[in-house]
Design a protein around this ligand. Structure first.
Ligand code: FAD
Length: 316
C-alpha cells in the first residue's frame, strides 16, 4: 500500500500534519507514516502514532544533531523510498522550506511550498498558496509520481487523538555527516517573539503618529494578555523590530483574537491575519479595507478609543 509520509522538526506541526494525512489517506486509500528524527525523537513518535501514523520511523542518530537540512533531507528520501511514500507532507517553516525542495530533488518529485490549503478534487490533491503579492490564491496540482507539499503551520484544525499507538520502527539509514560545518552559535540580536503561536495579538499600524505613542498599543496588548505586532510600515520606521511584522513579508498568524489598531488593512498585511478566529479593528476611516475583514469595528480615533478600552479591560 502506498503511503503519505509526514515530517516536521516541530512536534506540534507534525501532529497536525499526521492528523490531516489520516483524513486524506482514508479518502485516497493510502497509509500514513511519519518520521521523527534527532534528539527526543522517541518521545515525539508516540504522539504521532496517537494522531494517526500507522508507523513512525524513529532515529536519534548523532548525524541529526542540530537537524542539518542536508542530512534530514537524505534521511527522509531514504525513508520515503523504504516506505513507498507517494506524498510527503512537511511543514513550511524556514527549515521546512529548505528541506522540501531538497527531498523532492532526491526523489524526482514536484514540490510546492507555503501551502495554506490542501483539498481533494476528483482524487487529486490541490494545494492553495498566495500569489501575486498576496492579491490572489493560486491552486496548484503536482503531476509527478511522488509529490512534496510544504504546508504552513496551523493550516488545519487538529482534533482529539483517536488512532491507536503507531508501530515504532528504527530504519536502517545510510547517512554522511553534514556538509555544513557549524562554526559558531550566537543568540539572535533583537527581540525574540513567536507570533505564529500567539493566541491573542494586537497589531499596530501607521495610524500611530509617533514612536512614543506605540506605548498605547503595548498597554492594550498587556491588558488583553496579547503579543504586540505591527505592519511593515511601522517596522520600516524602525519603531518596532522586523520580527513583529505580520503579513506577506512577516509572520502568518492564526490567533483566537486579532485587534488591528490604526491599520488600513492592505492585502499584504491581512494575508497574515485572515485566519484569525475573531478580528476587531479601530480606525478613523469607516471605509478602511480592514473593516471588510473585521468581525467587530470601532470607527474612531485610536488616541481616544485605546485608553478607554484599556481602562475597561483593567476593570474586568
Ligand atoms: C511586496 C510587498 C510586501 C509587503 N509586505 C507587507 C507585510 O508583510 N506586512 C505589512 O503590514 N505590510 C506589507 N506591505 C505594505 C502594505 O502594502 C501596506 O503599505 C502596509 O500594510 C500599510 O500599513 P499601515 O496599515 O500601518 O499603514 P496605512 O496604510 O498608512 O494605514 C494607516 C491607517 O491608520 C488609520 N488612522 C490614521 N490615524 C488614525 C487614528 N488616530 N486612529 C485610528 N486610525 C487611524 C488610517 O485611516 C489608515 O487606515 C508590503 C508591500 C509590498 C509591496
Amino acid at each position: 500500500m502506498a503511503q503519505i509520509l509526514v515530517y516536521s522538526e516541530k512536534p506540534a506541526a507534525a501532529r497536525e500534519l499526521v492528523f490531516k494525512a489520516k483524513e486524506l489517506g482514508a479518502a485516497l486509500g493510502l497509509g500514513v507514516v511519519a518520521a521523527a528524527l534527532g534528539e527526543g525523537a522517541a518521545g515525539t513518535a508516540a504522539g504521532l502514532g496517537e494522531y494517526g501514523a500507522d508507523r513512525v520511523y524513529v532515529s536519534e542518530d548523532s548525524a541529526f544533531a542540530g537537524l542539518p537540512v542536508d542530512v534530514v533531507a537524505e534521511a527522509l528520501a531514504q525513508v520515503a523510498r523504504a516506505a513507498g511514500a507517494e506524498y510527503l507532507l512537511v511543514s513550511s517553516t524556514r527549515r521546512g522550506k529548505e528541506l522540501a525542495p531538497r527531498v523532492a530533488q532526491k526523489l524526482g518529485a514536484a514540490c510546492v511550498t507555503d501551502v495554506n490549503s490542501l483539498t481533494l478534487e476528483d482524487g487529486v490533491l490541490v494545494a492553495g498558496r498566495y500569489a501575486l503579492g498576496g492579491a490572489t490564491v493560486a491552486l496548484e496540482k503536482l503531476d509527478t509520481q511522488t509529490k512534496v507539499f510544504a504546508i504552513m503551520p496551523k493550516t488545519f484544525e487538529i482534533g482529539a487523538p483517536t488512532a491507536g499507538a503507531g508501530e515504532v520502527f528504527a530504519p536502517a539509514l545510510s547517512l554522511q555527516p553534514s556538509a555544513v560545518k557549524l562554526v559558531d552559535r550566537r543568540p539572535k540580536e533583537g527581540e525574540s517573539v513567536n507570533l505564529d503561536a500567539a493566541e491573542r495579538i494586537v497589531g499596530v499600524g501607521r495610524g500611530f503618529g509617533k514612536r512614543e505613542d506605540v506605548a498605547l498599543g503595548e498597554q492594550l496588548a498587556a491588558a488583553l494578555e496579547a503579543e504586540l505586532a505591527c505592519t511593515k510600515g511601522l517596522a520600516d520606521f524602525q519603531w518596532l523590530p522586523e520580527e513583529r511584522i505580520i503579513g506577506l513579508s512577516g509572520a502568518k498568524t492564526k490567533p483566537d483574537l486579532y485587534v488591528a489598531v490604526g491599520i488600513s488593512g492592505q492585502i499584504q498585511h491581512t494575508v497574515g491575519v485572515s485566519s484569525s478566529k475573531l478580528i476587531a479593528a479601530i480606525n478613523t476611516d469607516k471605509d478602511a479595507p480592514i473593516f471588510q475583514l473585521a468581525d467587530y469595528g470601532i470607527v474612531g480615533d485610536l488616541y481616544q478609543v485605546v485608553p478607554a478600552l484599556v481602562e475597561k479591560l483593567k476593570g474586568l
